[in-house]
Design a protein around this ligand. Structure first.
Ligand SMILES: C[S@@+](CC[C@H](N)C(=O)[O-])C[C@H]1O[C@@H](n2cnc3c(N)ncnc32)[C@H](O)[C@@H]1O
Length: 317
């Protein structure tokens, strides 16, 4: 999938509904079934066939144009298409399913299935079970003509483990810009692996904001820690992730948490210039998010106008 126009950071790229949703437990049974030669594999295939037969012919046609990496290229099957492209979603249902399987489903989305993987993706997806819709959001600005990518895996893993997982589950060798690091730069892979590990535990190791605020000896460089982590995130393309690899709603992801923390720090220091810089950054991203962020943007505007009204203004000045 490629961008036709400029997409600002934080903007919604698309919203779509799933065409097929299946309890994930059935997918697990398929794997067990095919190993043990049991009937589950067939029943999973039959279930997908039955569900697809309910789709209208246009949707069926579109589904058949999706990639199947499960077997040989000449043997595309509906269950192969499903397992290659379906995403894990969570639904809060009151079914009498085993506890482990209760909320987890596999869902097929026709447009998002077109996104290739990158270990530093420029988009993240989020499924909202209350609206039953997936939204794909740009985690950094995307230029016209640029490929729109998502991550299929935990991108905080070191390169060799990421590549092994992509090879085993999707049968491809990843050639994203973060994997194809030029060999002319010795140590580049180890450096990237270290950066990813550091980012995966950043918030767990971070001192409390209050601790920093009331640290009279000024020994903690909280601002420096956030700025360094932001830079590492940008270098590694990990703006769209929470700690530990999970993607989440764009407003929960670490990049936004860094911006919020910098607003808090510069506000507490009563540093008008730094405060305005980071409030403006937060405002830019919030504006790109669209109409749902109007009330948040209004709050940011009020702080820009009167920084002294910010709730922790000058606490560390
Ligand atoms: C969900 S599909 C993605 C869309 C697919 N490229 C298409 O044209 O419909 C997953 C498949 O795309 C290819 N693919 C995705 N990301 C890739 C990457 N980073 N490097 C190489 N191939 C990739 C692999 O063949 C993989 O099995």
């Amino acid at each position: 999938m490629f961008a036709r126009t400029y997409v600002p950071q934080g903007a919604t790229i698309l919203t779509e509904f799933p065409v097929i949703v299946v309890p994930r437990d059935i997918m697990i049974k398929e794997i067990v079934g095919s190993v043990a030669g049991l009937d589950e594999a067939r029943s999973q295939g039959e279930l997908i066939d039955a569900l697809v037969s309910c789709l209208d012919s246009q949707l069926k046609k579109e589904m058949f144009t999706l990639k199947d990496c499960s077997g040989s290229p000449n043997a595309t099957t509906l269950s192969g298409i499903f397992s290659t492209n379906a995403l894990d979603i969570e639904l809060k249902v009151n079914a009498t399913l085993p506890k482990s399987a209760k909320h987890m489903y596999k869902a097929l989305f026709l447009q998002t299935s077109r996104c290739n993987h990158s270990c530093g993706p420029n988009a993240v997806w989020k499924f909202d079970s209350s609206t039953f819709a997936l939204t794909l959001v740009a985690v950094r600005a995307i230029r016209p003509g640029e490929e729109i990518t998502i991550s299929y895996i935990n991108s905080f893993l070191p390169r060799h483990l990421r590549r092994a997982q992509l090879q085993s589950e999707w049968k491809f060798t990843c050639h994203c810009t973060h994997c194809d690091i030029p060999w002319s730069f010795p140590g580049a892979i180890a450096q990237s692996d270290r950066a990813r590990h550091e980012l995966s535990t950043f918030f767990k190791k971070l001192p409390d904001w209050e601790q920093w605020c009331f640290d009279e000896k000024n020994e903690m460089d909280l601002i420096g820690m956030h700025l360094r982590a932001m830079q590492l995130r940008e270098e590694e393309g990990l703006e769209g992730f929470k700690d530990g690899g999970a993607t989440g709603h764009w407003t929960d992801v670490a990049y936004m948490k860094h911006i919020d923390a910098l607003v808090m720090c510069f506000g507490a220091l009563a540093d008008v210039q730094g405060f305005r810089k980071w409030v403006n950054k937060a405002r830019e991203v919030k504006l790109a998010e669209g109409p749902n962020s109007v009330s948040h943007v209004k709050v940011l505007d009020s702080w820009l106008k009167e920084p002294k009204k910010f709730y922790v203004w000058g606490w560390k000045a």
